[in-house]
Design a protein around this ligand. Structure first.
Ligand code: A2P
Length: 337
């Protein structure tokens, strides 16, 4: 358990990565009470210097005793590293907030989106999981609707940016785009097909049931975060050539009828949500508007005329911020409250 202090020794594991960099920026922007910041990445980055609050901090590599004296460690270095190192860190007395998929469905590990289930932080045993990026932005919107009208079923299709895959994927989209525009041959390393000027209905590995792991994360993590196994979710997750922000089309079936206006009113009051919905003025959420923002933006709210109690909407959030770094920092903020 975390002891109350005026300031904390914080670590970012995976500090050189897309999410790690955003974690550092978020800690700085939100003025998290940091006594000192330690940065970790692979051996390749050892000794590299990164800026934090105008200071240069050297990147270290992970060792068995590197977590001694650290209060909170934000991990974003992939599931394999979290599997090995999160228990090492927790054993050293540090609270781990882990952005990977490694611990999310472990019954001993709370899976937390502060706007939805901060109460679950009370039973952590040293590791807290940060949910999947697409799931975080969806549950922020689903929870207030569920509280009023009980959600029976959700059909979601995602349009996910390449930053969700990491730095290498961002580089690949940039390089492929410039190569194509310059009539050069393109190289494909990160995804099975080119991502520039394309759409891939494939995120993470395919499973035996025909879904991808990403799709099943949205199904299973939603139930765990909302604390309700009865919510039925079906997902199609799609990678699009966008650098930042995941967009999602949601079809929500509720027990109690909600009109579009009632839904707008519920979401207008919800924490972490901005209703951005005036189709007569071409106002709807898009990645170019939501990048770098903290909230989940909701628009295109309308009744599903094909069923009795259904609502359609379009939601967009910055996957590196609310979908990853910000949610992790918000968890840390809850812990020190
Ligand atoms: P490095 O830059 O040294 O490879 P992304 O998802 O954007 O690719 O970032 C992954 C992050 O995880 C990077 O900071 C990367 O560091 C880090 N990482 C990869 N392998 C290891 C490892 N074996 N130990 C610690 N950090 C690692």
């Amino acid at each position: 358990m975390l002891k109350k202090k005026n300031s904390y020794v914080v670590a970012v594991v995976g500090a050189t990565g897309a999410v790690g960099q955003e974690m550092m920026l978020t800690l700085e922007q939100r003025d998290f009470p940091i006594q000192s910041l330690r940065l970790f990445a692979s051996e390749r980055s050892e000794g590299k210097e990164l800026d934090f609050k105008g200071q240069k901090i050297k990147v270290e590599r992970l060792t068995d005793d590197c977590f001694k004296g650290i209060d909170i460690a934000l991990f974003s270095a992939g599931a394999e590293r979290s599997k090995i190192w999160a228990p090492v860190a927790a054993k050293s007395g540090c609270v781990v907030i882990d952005n990977s998929s490694q611990w999310r469905m472990d019954p001993e590990v709370p899976l937390v989106v502060p706007e939805v289930n901060s109460h679950d932080l009370s039973w952590h045993k040293g590791i807290i999981a940060n949910p999947n990026c697409s799931t975080i932005q969806m549950v922020v919107v689903l929870k207030p609707i569920h509280d009023v009208a009980r959600i029976k079923r959700v059909v979601v299709t995602t349009f996910q940016s390449v930053s969700g895959t990491g730095m290498k994927a961002m580089d690949e989209l940039m390089t492929q785009t410039t190569d194509i525009l310059n009539f050069r041959e393109i190289k494909t390393n990160v995804y099975p097909y080119q991502i520039a000027f394309n759409v891939l209905p494939h995120i993470d590995k395919f499973l035996e049931n025909g879904y991808t792991k990403e799709e099943m994360k949205m199904v299973n993590e939603t139930k765990k975060i909302m604390g309700d196994d009865s919510i039925r979710v079906t997902a199609t997750t799609v990678r699009v050539p966008v650098f930042r922000c995941h967009s999602e089309s949601l079809n929500i079936e509720t027990e109690k009828k909600l009109t579009a206006n009632e839904t707008r009113a519920i979401l207008a009051k919800a924490k972490g949500v901005i209703v951005y919905d005036a189709p007569d003025k071409n106002i709807y959420p898009m990645p170019i508007i939501v990048a770098d923002k903290d909230e989940t933006y909701v628009g295109r709210i309308r009744e599903d005329e094909s069923i009795e109690n259904g609502i359609n909407m379009w939601i967009v959030a910055d996957n590196l911020r609310k979908g990853a770094a910000l949610n992790a920092v918000q968890i840390a903020e809850e812990l020190i409250k």
